[in-house]
Design a protein around this ligand. Structure first.
Ligand SMILES: O=C([O-])CC(=O)C(=O)O
Ligand SMILES: [Mg+2]
Length: 594
């Protein structure tokens, strides 16, 4: 390559100015030929891309004010046929679009028709992601207006399948990939992201994606999906959201052997190497975005999740969705279900199948709530809560060999090796599945719950649907319609003996979009949104159709607590926090361009 073909920064800048003025002149109808060009390109090839051979460097120019073709290709601003006649004139769009002008509502109608025509959920997912990359506001409008129908597509269960096949469906990066290759350069990598004012980061290392296990770098679907809900359900601006996947390798041999795998082809780094990379990441994030940026940890494996939360909770604004968000949504469901069951939380006995992040997180929050409400020490409150893991009931004789987060649940009891035995002996009124293993609430187990309780409360929380501990149909039929059932992933309403039951979706999506901090407070806010008409259908969660209102309420409750504690920085305090929260929410309606 000749020296003249290497562009230095100063030359780059001069060329950029020249290009901008050329483009302006082109738009004004002049032909532009640049005789001093070093990489070639004339009227038809301004950037020299056509004339450059493959080993030439080309500069991917863009102009600062998007118009014309560039505007149509910019998902933040593109409106497709929604551009008005006036906008088409003033933004050089004439001829680039067919003559029809559509309202956003008509575009929504057309796209919903097209999405409904796909029979395979993954095809709907791909269509939704393509829309997100083509016309962001239309994507969010579709999602907000059709939340019950589209949540199972952009979120659980379909997002799980999308992660499993991410290598094949991956087209454009939708978030930042930070791998061991970027060690020592993470701050620079953050600078590559086009947006500057980031408010929320959702980060995974892909080791425990839903109940599907280690999906390595392909876990990226999860931060992307979660942040889409931050915007659609919580009203956070899309440009303030940053999905990140940290790639330290994978122990999933199938992926390592897959020629299309998109991540690092090595076993997972652990110990110091892992924690050093995470430390560099956490420091870089704070340095780049300030201390108010919220970092949501998502789908880390148990052995790292608890440690990362404990390590960073004093230095960063961090939240672990699987420990804290899930705990909050389940506590909300339990508080709401007391209306159907009677009594208080302290009157119930809880049995968990699965003692990881979700199981121990929920258990601890229930114990805290009982302790707060009844003034008993939390150690005492824990005694009403029992956990079963893969080795059986967690009891004191196993204490030495237990991971630290399980130890508080090792009560005095004889060992029991199966869930069925535990149900029969402990006689719980509430059975909660957080095992990540599908079909583990067998007919025996559910029937045993129905034999002990008039209205057994059964929560099959593992995601996606394939990993649910039992289905809605099984829960209702095996208990002769007496179960109060909810699940992490959605199930359709089920009709039993002429009565229609609507399973609640006990998913942290109710919590994290509206959250700042303060789990107990947000849980109470959610339970208070369940109305009599919902209870009549066996629901212990409000319908998702109201989710933006719910998020505003949760945000307002959490903000109220922040003001009470003197932690809020936006002063003076708005008089009506719910109204204020609603006024801050992103709405996807088109804006008019001058
Ligand atoms: O993503 C979801 O649906 C809920 C969740 O956090 C998990 O299962 O890890
Ligand atoms: Mg999760």
């Amino acid at each position: 390559m000749s020296p003249s073909q290497i562009l230095r920064p100063v030359n780059l800048f001069k060329r950029m100015l020249k290009m901008q003025s050329s483009l302006k002149r082109m738009k004004d109808g002049e032909s532009v030929i640049d005789p001093t060009s070093t990489v070639g390109g004339g009227v038809g090839d301004v950037y020299g891309e056509d004339r450059a051979t493959e080993d030439h460097l080309v500069t991917p120019w863009t102009v600062s004010v998007a118009s014309g073709y560039t505007l149509l290709r910019d998902p933040h601003h593109n409106k497709g046929l929604g551009f008005t006649e006036r906008e088409r004139d003033s933004h050089y769009l004439r001829g680039l679009l067919p003559p029809a002008v559509s309202t956003q509502e008509l575009q929504v109608k057309k796209l919903m028709q097209s999405i409904r025509s796909y029979e395979v959920s993954l095809h709907k997912y791909v269509a939704m992601m393509e829309l997100k990359e083509r016309n962001e506001r239309l994507f969010y409008k579709l999602l907000i207006d059709n939340v019950e129908e589209l949540l199972p597509i952009v979120y659980t269960p379909t997002v799980g399948e999308a992660c499993q096949k991410y290598g094949c469906i991956f087209k454009r990066p939708q978030g930042l990939f930070i791998s061991l290759k970027e060690k020592g350069k993470i701050l620079e990598v953050l600078k590559n992201w086009p947006e500057r004012s980031i408010q929320v980061i959702v980060v995974t290392d892909g080791e425990r994606i839903l109940g599907l296990g280690d999906l390595g770098c392909q876990g990226m679907g999860i931060p992307v999906g979660k942040l889409a809900l931050y915007t659609a359900l919580g009203g956070v601006r899309p440009s303030a959201c940053l999905p990140i996947t940290i790639d330290v390798g994978t122990n999933n041999q199938k992926l390592l052997d897959d020629e299309f795998y998109i991540g690092l082809r090595q076993k997972r780094a652990t110990g110091k190497e892992y924690y050093d990379l995470l430390e560099e990441f956490m420091s870089a994030v704070k340095q780049k975005y300030g201390e108010k940026v919220l970092v949501q940890f998502e789908d880390f494996a148990n052995h790292n999740a608890f440690e990362l939360l404990a390590k960073y909770k004093t230095t960063h604004l961090v939240f672990n969705d699987d420990i804290q968000g899930t705990a909050s949504v389940v506590l909300a469901g339990l508080v709401a279900s007391l209306k159907l069951l009677g009594g208080s939380l302290a009157d119930h006995t809880f049995l968990f199948f699965g003692a990881g992040e979700a199981g121990t997180g929920i258990a601890e929050l229930i114990a805290l709530e009982i302790s707060t409400k009844t003034n008993v020490p939390v150690e005492e409150a824990r005694k009403k809560i029992w956990l079963v893991d893969s080795k059986g009931l967690i009891v004191s004789s196993r204490k030495e060999s237990l991971q630290h987060f399980k130890k508080p649940w090792a009560h005095e009891h004889e060992p029991l090796s199966t869930l069925l035995d535990a149900v029969k002996v402990i006689k719980p009124s509430v059975l909660i599945g957080t095992s990540g293993v599908g079909q583990t609430f067998t007919q025996d187990v559910v029937e045993a719950m129905a034999a002990i309780n008039e209205r057994p409360l059964i929560m099959a929380l593992s995601n996606p649907t394939s990993q649910a501990e039992c289905t809605a149909e099984q829960a209702y039929t095996w208990t002769e319609g007496r179960a109060i059932f909810s699940s992490g992933s959605p199930f359709d309403p089920y009709e039993y003996n002429g009565k229609s039951f609507i399973p609640g979706q006990a998913n942290n999506a109710y919590i994290f979009p509206g959250l700042g901090f303060g789990l107990v407070i947000s849980a109470e806010a959610l339970a208070s949104q369940v109305m009599q008409e919902h209870y009549d259908k066996g629901m212990i969660y409000p319908p998702l159709t109201n989710i933006r209102k719910i998020s505003a309420h949760i945000a307002a409750n959490v903000a109220a607590k922040a003001y009470e504690l003197g932690l809020a920085t936006r002063l003076p305090r708005p008089a009506d926090l719910v109204k204020y929260a609603e006024s801050c929410m992103y709405t996807p309606n088109y804006r008019s361009y001058r």
